[in-house]
Write a protein that binds this ligand. Structure first.
Ligand code: C2E
Ligand code: MG
Ligand code: MG
Ligand code: MG
Length: 291
């Protein structure tokens, strides 16, 4: 019942469908074989330049094609993997697959910056930066084609540890983004010292943008803060033109959401990037990556 190539017709096994302990145990048992069984896939959602609408990159989002249940949402299986020590190996597959895909696109003439999501457990791996550097090397991908998204709450679980790993990742040359920004506990001292290029405003603020003066004030403040600190500000979960308009007016740099595109298979993303905005997208993304 779940369509395999992404798009609007995913039928997800959602968190509310998680039943009793036995069902969880079954899911966990199956999850242990998901990587080796080739059941994982990355789908990609465009990130677009707010003023022009041109693509600046894509976020890789994990999908699990369960042989019986169909598509299982990452909101279900990522937390399960985190609780049971599976997220590091799954995360390693994500790192490798994203690099492989970036390389494959590059070979097709599409220079696409790919953003991956890192779990807090991966942040605690002492050799994370080396693993990422090795994957980039393995696939011959330039580090500036990769962005690592780390949620604000994960980043703040161990602030000093996070700072150390951010410095290492930054030295490798990958970009860093603080995901779901505004929902965690990042303080200004920490923010000032973290070498993250990007602040990604949480969807909840974007959702309320047209109806809540407070949400708008928060976004306004984050954009100004980002500006002042020399960070790019990204908004996730942009579903309507009205919200996009507000975000552009507030000076948000990059927008991402269903208004532009849902996450899609790698092939579809390449077509989207080329058809939707044509050769200008290629020029534009090339201009971003002048080395
Ligand atoms: P996230 O990193 O904050 O990703 C954004 C989520 O919002 C994605 O859900 C995306 O499909 C969804 N989304 C994008 N645009 C819109 C929109 O306009 N409206 C709405 N309502 N939703 C939108 P998804 O793919 O289900 O992923 C959920 C979360 O699972 C991600 O949140 C991330 O925390 C986690 N996740 C996904 N892939 C990975 C991964 O490879 N590794 C790890 N550790 N976590 C992952
Ligand atoms: Mg993310
Ligand atoms: Mg996010
Ligand atoms: Mg989010």
């Amino acid at each position: 019942y779940a369509k395999r190539n992404g798009g609007a017709t995913f039928a997800f096994f959602e968190p509310r469908m998680l039943g009793d302990a036995r069902e969880q145990a079954e899911l966990l048992r199956d999850l242990r074989h998901a990587v080796a069984g080739g059941q994982l896939e990355l789908v990609y959602q465009p990130k677009v330049h707010a003023p022009s609408g041109e693509i600046t990159g894509a976020e890789a989002l994990l999908r699990w094609h369960h042989p019986q249940r169909g598509m299982v949402s990452p909101m279900v299986f990522v937390p399960l993997a985190e609780r049971h020590g599976l997220i590091v190996s799954i995360g390693q597959w994500v790192i490798d697959e994203a690099c492989r895909q970036a390389r494959a696109w590059r070979d097709e003439g599409l220079r696409m910056r790919v953003a991956i999501n890192l779990s807090v457990h991966q942040l605690r791996q002492p050799d994370l930066a080396e693993r990422i550097a090795a994957a980039l090397q393995r696939h011959q991908v330039k580090p500036n084609l990769l962005t690592c998204e780390i949620t604000e709450s994960a980043a703040m679980e161990d602030a000093e540890g996070t700072r150390a790993i951010f410095e290492k990742l930054s030295a490798v040359g990958v970009h860093l983004s603080i995901d779901d920004f505004g929902t965690g506990y990042c303080n200004f001292a920490m923010l000032r010292r973290l070498p993250a290029e990007e602040l990604k405003i949480d969807r909840s603020f974007v959702l309320d943008l047209e109806t809540s003066a407070d949400a708008r004030a928060v976004v306004d403040a984050v954009v100004k803060l980002g500006r002042a600190l020399g960070r790019k500000v990204v908004a996730e979960g942009v579903e309507t033109e009205g919200r996009a308009q507000v975000l552009r007016a507030l000076g948000c740099d990059v927008l991402q959401g269903y208004l532009y595109a849902k996450p899609m298979a790698a092939k579809a993303l390449a077509l989207w990037a080329m058809n939707d905005v044509g050769p200008r997208a290629m020029e534009f993304s090339a201009s971003l990556f002048q080395e």
